[in-house]
Design a binder for this molecule. Sequence first.
Ligand code: SF4
Length: 376
Amino acid sequence: MDAYDPGTLPALLAGEPPYRLRQVRSWLARGIDDPAGMTDLPQELRERLGARLAPAPRVLRISTADGGLTRKVLLECGGGEAVESVLMLYPRTSGRAARATVCISTQAGCALGCPFCATGQAGFRRQLTVGEILRQVTVMQRLLAAGEAAVPGAVDHVTNVVFMGMGEPLANLDATVAAVRWLVDQAGLGLSARSITVSTVGLVPGIRRLTGLGLPITLAVSLHAPDDRLRDDLVPVNRQHPLAELLEACRGYRAATGRRLTFEYVLIDGVNAAMGQARALAALVGDMGCHVNLIPMNPTPAVPWTAPPVPAQRAFAGVLERAGVPTTIRRNRGGDIDAACGQLYASYAVASGKVLPAAVGAAERVSAVAADADRR
Ligand code: SF4
């Protein structure tokens, strides 16, 4: 049984005094999910919980980059799977409080096949459970509390969570929603909803369900192309939910939550990074009360794409800024430890000779669409 599943602990602790539930939840929030370590519980209860709850996953690897500011953890899950999560520390500055942000995965692999994405190239393996999603946060909480990730000016607990690792969160919607609820629950991690970001490539039914949750979490929507023709190939789910439908759902989210939207746009040289495409993007989102995050393409093992040169990235951002769209160019954290979405798994897969299906032929197909768009 999964300790983080909303019904599990109340069922297992039925008949115990109410404070037992609070005790167990408090241990989980501190990253102690093996009942043997819950030292204020009676031995008999620890053993009973230990026999019923799924074992805590082993940490397979911890890598460090950026002078200790970035940590990547590879966690073992059931069935021989492994998931990756990244802790990014932002020490206090004169204008901003310190933060510790965890980027987590919601699926082992992904079925949506975006060809620029290392996770998409590796295909879908299975959904993660709510416990497997949340343990990626609590393992970081434990590292921070133990001082194992300490750097000067940093906090000792998780302050922000972004659902931007492997997988499409809204394709594992029930587990994602349960995880968000635990993160904001005072009996869980007690985070502010505003400190949680859920990303999506545009699964409109999921956006509508998030809209109905009534929680002001930040929605980050991956656009990656300013028109349906190119987006159909760069983000294949666009064929089911084209841009007009997606942007209408985004407007609904903004109206219901009051939250500013974030649009993600990976910059790929020769594909979607031309000045005309910047103007088209500005026209598309200029009235949406949004922020655009430009992500220079991180090379993946299986496609030949790269980011445009830095001056071209700045020029693209400049077009958006002049159109009144606040824009940032994201600095890739932990590039030397494969910290971008799915890259650790993809490196393993390529090294061990696995086929990455979404990559096959995708680069040629998308480049042809982009060249055609340039000519028109
Ligand atoms: S970008 Fe996101 S949705 Fe697309 S393949 Fe990668 S993980 Fe899946």
